[in-house]
Design a binder for this molecule. Structure first.
Ligand SMILES: Nc1ncnc2c1ncn2[C@@H]1O[C@H](COP(=O)(O)OP(=O)(O)OP(=O)(O)O)[C@@H](O)[C@H]1O
Length: 263
């Protein structure tokens, strides 16, 4: 059994209730119905990769999961906290944001802070850690993503791949229960993509629950327990990577895959 199958079996056999549950979620940007009755659950320890054409609503979907985007109907539950439509989530919103780590396409590091301070900021301000405690965590995480020698530099002194690994360390410093990735390698030069995917792979092997939006189909096939194909704001098809990539059932999935796998 491969790693992915192993993790999936663990997630299923543990019988744990989903850590993420979207039920009947609808979202509009003006007249654009960008999420249409989305139902989706993610089990603890599961790695779900979301694929689909540009503009299909992938980013919007995961941004809703940590409350970065409001939605108009349905509900989203993250680790027992409920996000409600139209910004009515109250205290749950802050609780969800504290427990969910997110890595964006653009690294979004604070340019005026050192790498170490970028990583320690949230643990100090949100978790109330002392600088010493937070530094110890930052140093361990920077080592883990392979850039401990860069801790005193500033973001502009690092390559894109290194900055993205800092962004990953920064998210992990909050000890999230769930990690969201929104096209984490799309802004990188090709030679830097591998180092970021390696860091993500390690996280997968550690059993982190992850939702990943990516155009890296090889990576999706390798790490996903489940691949979700989104088109026009709807989940068209989902399944284990081998099934979805090798025997897509829906014609939209077939058309998308034959287009992207050709390149
Ligand atoms: N803030 C916004 N205001 C209005 N429309 C938006 C906004 N954000 C996204 N959209 C539109 O919603 C649709 C879905 O966008 P989204 O970014 O979720 O797609 P995506 O599948 O992640 O695309 P990509 O792969 O290009 O990032 C697109 O048509 C986009 O133009």
């Amino acid at each position: 059994m491969n790693d992915s199958a192993n993790r999936q079996e663990t997630a299923q056999s543990s019988g744990s209730s989903p850590i993420v549950r979207l039920e009947g979620v609808n979202k509009h940007f003006g007249r654009l119905h960008v999420m249409q009755d989305i139902d989706l659950s993610v089990a603890q320890g599961e790695v779900v990769v979301i694929i689909g054409a540009s503009g299909s609503g992938k980013s919007t979907l995961i941004r809703c999961v940590n409350g970065l985007e409001p939605f108009q109907s349905g509900r989203i539950e993250v680790d027992g906290k409920t996000l409600l439509p139209n910004g009515a989530s109250g205290k749950s919103l802050q609780a969800v944001r504290t427990e969910v780590g997110m890595v964006f396409q653009q690294f979004n590091l604070f340019p005026h802070l050192s790498i170490r301070d970028n990583v320690t900021l949230a643990p100090r301000k949100v978790r109330g850690m002392t600088r010493r405690q937070a530094n110890a965590i930052a140093d361990r995480l920077l080592e883990r993503v392979g850039i401990s020698d860069q801790a005193d530099k500033h973001p502009t002194q690092l390559s894109g791949g290194q900055q993205q690994r800092v962004a990953l360390a920064r998210a992990l410093a909050m000890e999230p229960r769930l990690m969201l990735f929104d096209e984490p390698t799309s802004a990188l030069d090709p030679e830097m993509i591998g180092e970021v995917l390696d860091a993500m792979r390690e996280l997968v092997n550690d059993g982190m629950t992850m939702m990943i939006v990516t155009h890296e189909m090889g990576f999706a096939r390798e790490v996903a327990d489940r691949v979700v194909f989104v088109h026009g704001g709807q989940i068209v098809e989902q399944g284990p990577p081998d099934q979805l990539f090798d025997q897509p059932r829906h014609e939209r999935t077939q058309a998308f895959l034959s287009r992207v796998l050709k390149h």
